[in-house]
Design a protein around this ligand. Structure first.
Ligand code: ADP
Length: 806
């Protein structure tokens, strides 16, 4: 006996330890293995349906109703009808429902874990120990936010944390199949906590745990219509996206579908958050604890069969330790167990569906054809079911398909680097920006690299850690918006005043008539002293077009001429803004504050002259107030520079999470027509205060205002290229800016048409879009025209997880 234990210890072999599926089978049978939609607290009859199968066995689990536009419409109507009563509850009452969800998830935890593993193919170890506890945690955490939001009044929530904010309304949510229940929790908990009602669609491969959660909604007595679950495929998702009475879409899935959704919602004021794909780097420096890094890698790429948007799918290893690390990885891969997801002792379960299985195999074959070396361990594999061996690809070229495309499978693509700078360059050599891991025993190296990697989440000496208090979400083509944390709550809230704002008036573009101007920029036959140029890279520049356009005063008399910008001027401005912004973002906040104070002081110096010119357009009374408010605004944002800071979270692990507020990059601004100076500055100032560079297009109504501004910027130590001013036709310049790949965000504060145009144009590189949705903003009211709402849009949160303490 003793010797057999020793033998077993040495061989580390153990038999199967299957989890019992009989309770889940009983539940499925009790429902006759057929499920409808959950609309207005009722289950619908199943007419058209699709099947969901266990990918490990091929066994049919259930038939599921396929939702169409009429089903979606009924669900939206139910959600809309439920909204007033739901919002009339106190924060505490809403919190009680969320607590009840959390408790029920804990009570039914094994049922949910087994159901998840059967439907998705993920190992029971993961669904039981990771997914379900995180689901409960998410509901508990957001029950807390519901409590703290307080009660909803006409002027927004009265709790301290989100005072003045109000729910966005009816929310449409579409989730993927890789973490079906966790994604359900990530979407539903904050939406309900913030006083919204929900229509959610789980992915067609994995609908069962969302259905089980709808049953829980019934059990906890959630008011009818507050949560509606519609089943179906992409067409059902599209019906949600296109429904006119939905106020916000929250989507997690592929970048390709994210783009479709961006375009489909462009003509509407729907708020949008996108959590998309990734190709996250897993960077190992030569001073890293290599054994820990290998364990991290097992979690990084073989967790959930690699079907993880933030999977560490690109291994970047410092050349000196590459072979040593590969040996360790291969040795560890030999011990990974692939098999039945319900076996408690397996590491890697089944791939969710045949389509996905075939795609992974095809991509691996492409990687090999493009020169990669493929290695797989000799380990026992199940005879049937959709199983793929853990796979290591070495000698991968940074530009090859497997280094660039998301594989969403248990496949690791590896490359080497020599210096930290090269590591950062390789890490950022992707269109994505979801997550990154950095392994180094040097805190300097690790934090330095974390700051430079373009990713929403960075794990230092760790991987794939999640917590409800720590926001999760991407940079660049990995999408925008955060889930979790306070920033995640803001995705489901809007400033209360936006609900009762008027439409913005926009002056027709008749002004940019160049017929009266010659190419020297002076109006034919009219003597004027004001010929303004573009301001690009810190220099005054003639417009590429060689044309200027006349700008008229209130009486319709010529007041000056402004340069007529075109796409080449925009191109030059973008080229200047990129590098200038990089440096500016790294400058100390204190330095940025001083420049903004200097701008305010220099404005004051030229008060008389600027007010005189402004009065020509807006009248004397407004000119004075507008000027003084502009100075105030500059002081306010100078003050904010070193105060709108990040925070530190304490997740329930031995980690701290540094939630850093980072600049977005190059921000394009289309300024409003009213309050020509104040409106323009109200958008430029928060952007530069937070370390962005700006390309701003002024209102054409008084585009000559840029002449005053660049003289101020020139004398205020603002580095060249941080603010670029390009006058011209806002619709034309806005279109170019929205489509430009090197512009990272676009803010349009004009009319509905401009808002739609920039949203459509943004779909290419999925730049962040922020617009007034065509609403007028009272630029003279600091409650509406400055502060938190602006600062939030000028930053994105990067969560850096750092091991800390015992
Ligand atoms: P994945 O690659 O993770 O399967 P998808 O983006 O295809 O991601 O799917 C994620 C979710 O989006 C699923 O619920 C799917 O049904 C839904 N979906 C797919 N196409 C569309 C679409 N055109 N509009 C809205 N939802 C869609």
């Amino acid at each position: 006996m003793a010797s057999s234990i020793v033998e077993k210890f040495q061989s580390m072999e153990y038999g199967p330890a299957p989890e019992d599926p009989s309770e889940v089978n009983k539940w499925l049978d009790a429902h006759k293995r057929s499920f409808g939609h959950y609309i207005n607290g009722e289950w619908t009859k199943v007419t058209a349906s699709f099947e969901t199968r266990n990918p490990a066995t091929g066994e049919l689990l259930a038939s599921i109703a396929q939702g169409d536009a009429a089903d979606v419409d009924r669900a939206v109507k139910a959600a809309r009808a439920a909204l007033p009563a739901w919002q009339a509850l106190t924060g505490h009452q809403r919190a009680r429902y969320l607590y009840a969800f959390a408790r029920q998830v804990q009570k039914h935890s094994r049922h949910l874990a087994v159901l998840e593993s059967m439907d998705n193919g993920k190992s029971i170890r993961e669904s039981r120990d990771i997914d379900i506890p995180l689901v409960a945690r998410h509901f508990y955490h957001h029950a807390g936010w519901a409590q703290l939001l307080g009660d909803l009044t006409n002027s927004g929530f009265d709790g301290e944390e989100f005072r003045g904010y109000t729910p966005v309304g009816v929310v449409g949510q579409i989730i993927p199949w890789n973490f079906p229940l966790l994604m359900f929790a990530w979407k539903v908990a904050p939406a309900l906590a913030a006083g919204n009602t929900v229509v959610i669609k789980p992915a067609e491969f994995t609908p069962l745990t969302a259905i089980a959660m709808a049953e829980i909604a019934d059990e906890v007595g959630l008011p009818k219509g507050v949560l509606n679950v519609i089943n179906g495929d992409g067409a059902t998702g599209a019906a949600i996206v296109e429904h006119p009475d939905i106020d916000k879409i929250a989507f997690t899935g592929s970048t390709e579908v994210g783009r479709i959704i961006r375009k489909a919602t462009a003509k509407t004021p729907k708020k949008l958050s996108l959590e998309l794909g990734g190709k996250s780097p897993f960077i190992v420096f030569d001073d890293a604890d290599l054994d820990s890094a290998v364990e991290g890698l097992v979690d990084g790429i073989w967790f959930n069969q690699g079907q993880v948007c933030c999977a560490g799918s690109r291994l970047l290893v410092q050349e000196r330790v590459a072979e040593r690390l590969y040996d360790k990885i291969r040795a560890r891969m030999e011990t990974l167990r692939v098999g039945s997801p319900l076996d408690k002792a397996i590491d890697i379960g089944a791939i969710v569906d045949q389509v996905q299985y075939d795609r992974i195999q095809k991509l691996v074959a492409m990687g090999i054809a493009e020169g990669a070396t493929c290695w797989q361990p000799e380990i026992p594999m199940p005879k049937n079911g959709l199983f793929i061996k853990p796979t290591l690809l070495t000698d991968v070229h940074p530009s090859s398909t497997v280094a660039q495309q998301e594989i969403f499978g248990p496949v690791l693509a590896s490359m080497t680097f020599r210096t930290p700078a090269e590591a950062v360059e390789l890490a950022n050599n992707t269109t994505y920006g979801l997550a990154a891991c950095v392994w180094s025993e040097s805190i300097n190296v690790a934090l330095d690299v974390a700051a430079q990697v373009k990713a929403g989440v960075v794990w230092i000496n760790s991987t794939n850690l999640f917590d409800a208090a720590c926001g999760f979400g991407g940079y660049r083509e990995s999408g925008y918006g955060r889930e979790g944390g306070k920033e995640g709550m803001f995705e489901y809230l809007v400033p209360a005043w936006t609900h009762h704002a008027q439409k913005a008036e926009v002056v027709a573009e008749a002004h940019t008539d160049t017929s009266k101007a010659d190419d020297n920029g002076s109006a034919a036959g009219v003597g004027i002293d004001r010929t303004v140029k573009q301001y690009i890279g810190g220099k005054q520049a003639r417009p590429d077009s060689g044309y200027s356009f006349p700008v008229y005063n209130r009486e319709g008399k010529l007041a000056g001429e402004a340069p007529l910008g075109n796409r080449k001027d925009i191109r030059n401005a973008v080229e200047a803004a990129g590098p200038a912004g990089n440096k500016w973002a790294k400058a100390a906040a204190h330095t940025r504050a001083q420049v903004l104070y200097y701008i305010a002081e220099n404005l004051i110096q030229r008060r008389e002259e600027i007010v005189r010119k402004l009065a020509d357009f807006v009248g004397e009374a407004q000119a004075e107030v507008e000027f003084d408010s502009s100075v105030d605004r500059a002081f306010t944002y100078a003050a904010w520079c070193d105060k709108f800071e990040g925070s530190v979270h304490n997740p329930p692990f031995r980690m701290v999470t540094l939630a850093m507020k980072e600049a977005i990059g190059t921000v394009a601004v289309l300024a409003p027509d009213d309050a020509p100076l104040l409106g323009l500055l109200s958008l430029i100032l928060p952007a530069i205060a937070m370390g962005n560079s700006v390309i701003a297009v002024p209102s054409e109504r008084c585009a000559t205002v840029i002449g005053d501004l660049y003289q101020i910027f020139d004398t205020s130590d603002l580095p060249g290229g941080v603010v670029n001013l390009v006058a011209g036709r806002p619709t034309e310049l806005g279109k170019t800016l929205s489509e430009h790949d090197d512009v990272d965000a676009i803010w349009s504060f004009r009319d509905d048409a401009s808002a739609s145009m920039v949203k459509l144009g943004s779909a290419g590189n999925l730049k962040q879009v922020w617009t007034n949705e065509g609403r007028a903003i009272d630029w003279f009211d600091p409650k509406r025209a400055e502060g938190l709402w602006y600062l939030q849009h000028a930053t994105q949160v990067k969560n850096i997880w750092v091991p800390y303490g015992e």
